[in-house]
Design a protein around this ligand. Structure first.
Ligand SMILES: Nc1nc2c(c(=O)[nH]1)N[C@H]1C(S)=C(S)[C@@H](COP(=O)(O)O)O[C@H]1N2
Ligand SMILES: [Mo]
Length: 367
């Protein structure tokens, strides 16, 4: 029997009215999100950062870890973690967001990890820049892509594979791209890629390969599953689609007031309320954040914290002073960058990728 015959995991879109299945629930419990109240922290505390792993968290050992650099280079190399840690180290505050964030809000729902809005976090990553390593290895002038392979292995939609992603050479040579071993001043946790991962500031999460064991320079485009089949923006199954790359603009609100245990509905008392949250974009500079307190009929500028030159790839805080009056209403927030804003109506795609539809927070202001 082939894997394709045993596997029942063909890509599909949920039927109208079909609820989240047990397989989606299993993914949702493995891959946890950022509780939205944790938007309050500049740097997401350990354990509150979202987690996404396609397969299992592999067993890894920092002492015996080896990173191979090969392919179209003059001097293929193997480096230990200690070798890497002897190189110049930098710490960089970088926001990560899963490209599937917002997937479960699509109608119809692409059946996969059912993120609502919480697949995001900002950490301080410590590591060494990738570009000098590639240059020292003697990158071929014909190099097109660099493939990054993790130590995790599995089957996705019938295809057996190591998790691997290709990155165009100009992106791989950006000085901000890091090989990291530290997160928030501590060694990487197993679920975040210990002992070594790639960080590609500005790109959606899939590019930040965890448990990084091999870097291969290619003189042709990388055609692995995670680039050629997954992470494509497409509407029809047969359409090859455009690749998912950089993070689209988004603002999120820390839901105000207090929640109902089951429904997560929010309750507040009348009076002044400071609405707060974070906004980001990985593709262009943010230009503003707007809030609506009347379900999207009218919008007003929120106060967006100035860009911090020390942390160009972190999220930015925003605040909006609201006076809550008794009754039910819906709060919305949206960010704009130099290339555009967030859609108020869904722009559907089959894999549930890069859905930056505006957040809606229904609240009840009690008498
Ligand atoms: N080796 C490997 N790297 C991986 C993944 C994976 O499954 N295997 N998942 C990717 C995806 S889709 C995301 S969104 C991020 C999540 O990183 P985090 O769990 O540290 O938040 O890791 C990326 N790197
Ligand atoms: Mo992801």
């Amino acid at each position: 029997m082939t894997i394709a015959q045993t596997s029942n995991s063909r890509a599909r879109v949920a039927d109208p009215g079909e609820g989240i299945g047990l397989d989606e629930l299993a993914l949702a419990t493995r891959n946890h999100g950022l509780p939205l109240e944790a938007l309050r922290y500049d740097v997401t505390p350990p354990g509150l950062h979202y987690v996404l792993t396609h397969f299992d968290i592999p067993a890894t050992d920092a002492h015996s870890w080896q990173l191979e650099i090969g392919g179209a280079v003059d001097r293929p190399t193997t480096l230990s973690l200690a070798d890497l840690m002897r190189r110049p180290a930098v710490t960089s505050r970088v926001l990560l967001e899963c490209a599937g964030n917002g997937r479960a809000r699509f109608e119809p729902r692409p059946v996969s990890q059912p993120w609502l809005l919480e697949a995001v976090g900002t950490a301080e990553w410590t590591g060494t820049p990738l570009a000098p390593l590639l240059t020292e290895a003697g990158l071929s002038p014909d190099a097109v892509d660099v493939a990054f392979t993790g130590a995790d292995h599995g089957v996705e939609r019938g295809v057996e594979q190591d998790y691997a992603r290709g990155l165009p050479v100009p992106e791989a040579l950006r000085p901000e791209v890091l090989l990291v071993w530290g997160m928030n001043g501590m060694p990487l946790l197993p679920q975040h890629g210990a002992p070594l991962r790639l960080v590609v500031p500005g790109w959606y999460g899939m590019a930040h390969v965890k448990w990084l064991s091999r870097i291969e320079v290619l003189t042709e485009r990388f055609t692995g599953y995670q680039n050629a089949t997954a992470y494509r923006l497409k509407v029809d199954a047969d359409d090859p689609g455009e690749p998912v790359t950089r993070i689209r603009p988004r603002a999120l609100m820390a839901p105000p007031g207090w929640p109902d245990f089951m429904t997560r509905e929010r309750f507040l008392r009348p009076g002044p309320v400071s609405l707060t949250g974070r906004a980001w974009s990985g593709r262009a500079a943010l230009t503003g954040v707007e809030v609506s307190t009347d379900g999207g009929l009218s919008w007003a500028q929120a106060d967006l914290a100035p860009a911090d030159p020390a942390h160009p790839y972190a999220w930015r805080a925003w605040t909006y002073d609201w006076t809550a009056t008794t009754g039910a209403c819906e709060l919305l927030v949206r960010a704009t960058d130099e290339l555009g804003g967030q859609p108020v109506e869904q722009e559907w795609n089959r894999q549930g990728m890069a859905n930056n539809l505006v957040q809606r927070v229904p609240v009840t202001v009690l008498p």
